[in-house]
Every structure is written in structure tokens, then in C-alpha cells.
Design a protein around this ligand. Structure first.
Ligand code: ADP
Ligand code: MG
Length: 249
């Protein structure tokens, strides 16, 4: 579904991601793990068009999407959440999801936020898409609350709904369980599993191994910007290079 070859990006003298080759298989939950600073978020920024690679290619299906701007990548069907929850706290939960829908149909967030009065009146289709996205993350009941008034975990769900409202085929989640408690982590794990079961291809960066081991069909390990291992959870967890990366830094 998503394939990358020799993917890399350099910031000045810092090669944050280097020579990463692989693919994200449709219908599979892939986890990306690795120590802090390994290049995981940067890898997502490359896949989602936030950063342009300094080497390598990215393909989505038959399309070469290397260097495409984010809104075109989103329109192809790749959506992502951010490590730091980025939602519009003063807007309602529903308005957040509506913004997600508009990112797909327009050039960007600013257009959505600054649209004219006529454009601001949401079409029925947009509302339906936004409500459907909220239902998928269990937030129908909170649609009209200010997003900032929700719990940390529910705000994570808002950010996932925002991504879902773009109608993705692939959903990239950057540390969805960061900053939430164990019980909330179990609930969020269940929601992510349901999203995958509904046909969405999920790629997950996560530090919480309970979540990784429960969800992942396939794990890719990054260390110092390079892919050092990949395989099933069982294979990866007994890989000497992986153990060394986590212990030795
Ligand atoms: P991880 O998500 O695995 O913890 P990151 O992808 O956030 O790691 O960071 C990997 C490396 O890339 C770090 O050394 C970080 O400083 C660097 N990096 C990421 N984005 C930028 C940027 N915009 N400018 C400079 N360096 C960056
Ligand atoms: Mg990160």
C-alpha cells in the first residue's frame, strides 16, 4: 500500500532518517518502535508530506508521492495524528472533525478556518462525515462540547477523529497512548483495533509496549534513523540488535 525506498532526510549535519526501505501492507497493523530520537516522528513527517525527503522515494499504491505537499497526500488517503495532540481546543468536538473533513476537500487548514460565510455553512455531506468520524472513536455524545474541556484521552480521540474525517485508507498514529493512564490505554487500544477491523490500515508509533504487543501484526524498529529490524512481535522482541538498541542507546 505504502512503499518507501532508501528514504532519508538530513537536517544540517544530522541525518535524522537514513536509507529506510520497506512497505506498509494493507490491512495490517504496523508498529514503529525505537528509542527516543530514533527518527520515528520524522519518518511519519516524510510519509505524510510534512517534510520532503533528501533521498529516496515514497509510493502509495501505483502513485509516486515523493515530495508531494501534505494536502495532496491526505487527498490520496494518508492521514496522521501528531505526537503532541493538535486539536482546536476552543472549537467544539464536531467542529474539529469538520475541519478534518475540509482539509481533504480544500488546500489547507487556513482555508477551512478563514472561509467565507457561505463556505462556513457546512454541507450535509461534511456533517455526515464528521459525525461518522466521531462515532468511530466513541465521541458522538460529546460532539457539542469544547474540545479543550475533554479528558486527555478524549482529546486524543478528537485528534484521531480529525484524521478519520479526511477519509483515509492509511492512518498514522504518533504515540496515541502518551500521557494517558493504563485503563484509558486499554480503551484506546480497543478503539484502534476496531478501526483496523473496519478496513483501515493502521501504522502506530508507540512507546507503551503493552499497546504495541496487543495491536501490532508487524513491527519495524528504528535506531539512529535506520531500520535495524522488522518482523512479528515475537521475532523483534528476541532480536539482539533491538535489545542492544534499547539497552545500549
Ligand atoms: P523520535 O520520534 O523517534 O523520538 P524524531 O523523529 O522526533 O525522533 O527525531 C529524530 C531526529 O531528527 C532528532 O535528532 C531530531 O532532533 C531531528 N529532527 C526532527 N525534526 C527536525 C527538524 N525540523 N529540524 C532539525 N532536526 C530535526
Ligand atoms: Mg517522536
Amino acid at each position: 500500500m505504502l512503499a518507501f525506498e532508501d528514504l532519508g532526510i538530513r537536517f544540517g549535519g544530522n541525518q535524522a532518517v537514513q536509507g529506510v526501505t520497506g512497505r506498509i501492507e494493507p490491512g495490517v497493523i504496523t508498529a514503529i518502535i525505537g528509542p527516543n530520537g530514533a527518527g520515528k516522528s520524522t519518518f511519519f513527517n516524510l510519509l505524510s508530506g510534512f517534510y520532503k525527503p533528501t533521498s529516496g522515494r515514497i509510493r502509495f499504491g501505483e502513485q509516486d508521492i515523493t515530495g508531494w505537499p501534505t494536502h495532496r497526500v491526505v487527498a490520496q488517503g494518508v492521514a496522521r495524528t501528531f505526537q503532541t495532540t493538535t486539536i482546536y481546543k476552543e472549537l467544539s468536538v464536531l467542529e474539529n472533525a469538520l475541519l478534518g473533513h475540509r482539509v481533504r476537500t480544500r488546500a489547507g487548514l487556513w482555508d477551512a478556518l478563514l472561509g467565507s460565510g457561505r463556505e462556513r455553512r457546512e454541507s450535509r455531506a461534511s456533517l455526515e462525515a464528521a459525525h461518522a468520524a466521531l462515532a468511530r472513536v466513541g465521541l458522538e455524545g460529546q460532539a457539542h462540547l469544547p474540545a479543550g474541556s475533554l479528558t486527555q484521552e478524549a482529546q486524543k480521540r478528537v485528534s484521531i477523529a480529525l484524521a478519520l474525517a479526511t477519509g483515509p485508507k492509511v492512518l498514522l498514529l504518533d504515540e496515541p497512548a502518551a500521557g494517558i493512564n493504563p485503563e484509558e490505554t486499554v480503551n484506546l487500544t480497543r478503539t484502534i483495533r476496531e478501526l483496523a477491523a473496519s478496513g483501515l490500515t493502521v501504522v502506530l508509533i508507540e512507546h507503551k509496549m503493552s499497546m504495541v504487543m496487543t495491536l501490532a501484526d508487524h513491527i519495524m524498529v528504528l535506531h539512529h534513523g535506520q531500520k535495524i529490524a522488522e518482523g512479528s512481535p515475537a521475532e523483534v522482541s528476541r532480536d539482539p540488535a533491538v535489545i542492544e538498541a534499547y539497552l545500549g542507546g
